[in-house]
Design a protein. Structure first.
Length: 216
């Protein structure tokens, strides 16, 4: 990120991403386009993802691109997730909806710290980009453009349910985003390790002297 020093000159500083931030303290938002049957027309999918759990915590589809839509979405997501603490960081690209006055005013009102991608860096928001890639490359993605905005919303709603509660994410030890978001991943991973250990000891009895405490 860039900061201004006392002389008014800007300087580049590298701030490590806060590993201590948990479910309610770091979010990523982005906008992508969904093709419609009208040539040259697209629906805009606004999406917010929790960086820690990878859960999609909010989304909306509109036929235009405005800061007002992004502002309403972040307000709804905070309400749905019961976020009242200050210090939430929302990372997004440099698009006009994310940097509009309405959006920034909403973030300030909610006590959210805005974070933006670096100029001319297209891959500075990898979390949402990865989710959009999963969305558009999943086998269930329609082969044809959406006939109506209602059809687009229906399909995305089904995708979000699948992504949050069925899809086992490779970046979070193959638990679902919903399980990690609710704090269930620790027990699930431990049970998987235990079952794997028991299977190994049955096949290789000489390894039974190892204990689960030695498994990282």
């Amino acid at each position: 990120m860039r900061l201004l020093d006392g002389s008014g000159m800007s300087r580049e500083v590298h701030v490590p991403f806060c590993e201590g931030l948990r479910v309610q303290f770091s979010r990523s938002t982005l906008l992508t386009y969904l093709a419609s049957t009208i040539k040259g027309s697209f629906y805009r999918l606004y999406l917010i993802e929790d960086i820690y759990s990878r859960k999609i915590v909010g989304w909306e589809i509109h036929d235009n691109e405005t800061a007002e839509h992004a502002s309403v979405l972040i307000s709804k997501a905070c309400l749905a997730e019961g976020i009242h603490k200050k210090g939430l960081v929302l990372h997004s690209d440099n698009g006009s909806p994310m940097k509009g006055a309405t959006m920034l005013a909403t973030l300030q009102k909610l006590g959210i710290v805005p974070s933006f991608s670096r100029p001319s860096v297209s891959d500075d928001n990898p979390f949402s980009e990865s989710t959009f890639r999963t969305l558009k490359y999943t086998p269930s993605y329609p082969n044809k453009p959406f006939d109506t905005i209602q059809a687009a919303r229906k399909w995305v709603d089904e995708f979000v349910t699948w992504y949050n509660e069925t899809h086992r994410h490779s970046s979070i030890k193959f638990v679902t985003p919903g399980q990690r978001h609710r704090g269930e991943d620790g027990v699930i991973v431990k049970c998987c390790v235990q079952r794997s250990f028991e299977a190994v000891t049955i096949r290789y009895p000489l390894l039974t002297f190892f204990s689960l405490s030695s498994v990282p």
